[in-house]
Design a protein around this ligand. Sequence first.
Ligand code: F6R
Length: 634
Amino acid sequence: MSEQSGQELYERIPSRIFDDAQAAVCQIAREIADAIRERQAAGKGLVLGLATGSTPVPLYRELIRMHRKEGLSFAKVTTFNLDEYFGIDARHPESYHRFMREQLFDHVDIPAEQINIPEGMVSREEVFEACQDYENRIREVGGIDIQILGIGRTGHIGFNEPGSGPASRTRLVTLDRLTRLDAARDFQGEHNVPRYAVTMGVGTILDARKVYLLAWGRSKAEVVKAAVEDAPVESLPASFLQQHEDVSFFLDTAAASELTRNKYPWLVGFPEWTPELARKSVTHLSLKLGKPLLKLVDKDYQENGVSELVTEQGPAYGLNIRVFNEVQHTITGWPGGKPDADDTYRPERAKPSLKRVLVLSPEPQDDVLAMAGTLSRLVAHGHEVTVAYLTSGSLGVPDEEARWAADLMREAGGSELATQVLAELDEKSAFDEDSVGLRRFKSYIRRNEARAALQLCGLEPDRIQFLDLPFYENGRYRRFVTGEDDVSELSSLLQSVRPHQVYVTGEAADPSSVQAKSFSVFELAIQKLQSEAWIKDCYVWLYRSDGREWDIHQVEMSVPCSPDEVKRKAQAIYQHRSQRSQIPVLDEEQREVWEQAIDRNRATARFYDKLGLAEYEAIECFVRWHVTQDSAGK
Ligand code: F6R
């Protein structure tokens, strides 16, 4: 079986994988530019189908750059957007009309009359006709030449939620719960997210001559895999793209990580059996068969597609023991290193026995979600722990919370800021963004929550820093742009602490997220400090706060939590009250954030138990990022 045919066996949609989103969008932008120029040379125009959301933002930036620097003209381009929220005015900050103006149209030379976006403000009575009119307009210009798509976690394309068939056309649809949850931050709470939208149908999309679907970040990995490899079903509308003759997926490595060629490379060819891949394959086999590592036999390997590994590195028992020991050695109750112990097989160094530890949290709460147990241990073991919040998190505070706090302050004697906040909230319309004062007030709420949470981890308030990085203060969700001032603030902090250990997150997150932006600032800050002596002695530990844990074979440090530590962790997360659901969750299916975090740590502990290692209540996991490696990171 050649590598190519093995891959094709699984993948029903051609998928192109890039190191990062930027590399992918450069390629797509070049292809779009070539198509525009080719048509232009023949005196014709090009029809583009466009998407909104965070995914295409870097593509639009690249097209704007090409317009400015390379003379790419949009004068003969006609565009059709996929969708718009129903009942949302074009001026609303979250309307797709406004998004497209801000992200693309205001910066290129496209004539206004060549822009088409479904209308969100028509009445229920008129909407059917408006949708038909949209379809007619597409037909009149000769159809869409290139359609750009993102993909939602429900598997939607456009707003074709699960249940949308391949023949569906432009229409009014009800948004899925998960889609509304994903938009909740942008709308400051799920209850503000529209329930309906107007969207091109799956059939409308399939009529485009060429389709490019873009996906970045780990949160898209499962849905991408299902769309590319599983049979087409209405419960995952993106899977109908398999029926298209000219479709390509453009993915970054994180979004492609669940594809069989990456997840189980031994099933598509003959991989190089590195220790990490062997660990992956053996732990996977153990969990799949429900057999502890040390009970796997040669036959198990042979019958499950990994006979090559056991032939090369077997017999099974030796391989089992090697992997068992590797996993066992990741477990430590001493995340800062165990003083005076032999550290040959420990994740952290014994010396210095008391370390300077810097925990970087992109927004308040990332830290405790992922590592409240580890943090408490570091403090209890006497290390000099500093927690720094990179951004204020003010955008994540719903107006209701600000009103609650400001009301309380007014009752207690008042303050000028509280009075201003209440006045602003009274007058605020759906189109208004928060003033600087309101954002400041909201950031105080998050500061207090963060302090309360860290107090439960044993940390004194003077060990907490709030950096309020400018990229966040000057930006909006999904549209942050980092700069030199962010990097220099973080590098000054690093330089002043000179940590032996740094904990940080965001390396595989959606590139538009606060976590990913924060990580890119961190990478640049580290690069800047590369020649500092302390950096050579600094271990960087990556944590995950986004609800997706590392795979077991990747983990390099696992810190168990006792039942009491788990309780304390739940309490610490619970202190972030502005981040709790604003409406009580009565649905068994939907767990609150703190419950999800604990569930995840308990699930990790169960994995270790199933592998035949010790049975703990819960486990927090970390992977080492090597400071001296290139900036691509791990
Ligand atoms: C946007 C659209 C949606 C998004 C999808 C992914 O016009 O139709 O299908 O592409 O929800 O959203 P992001 O890119 O924000 O993850």
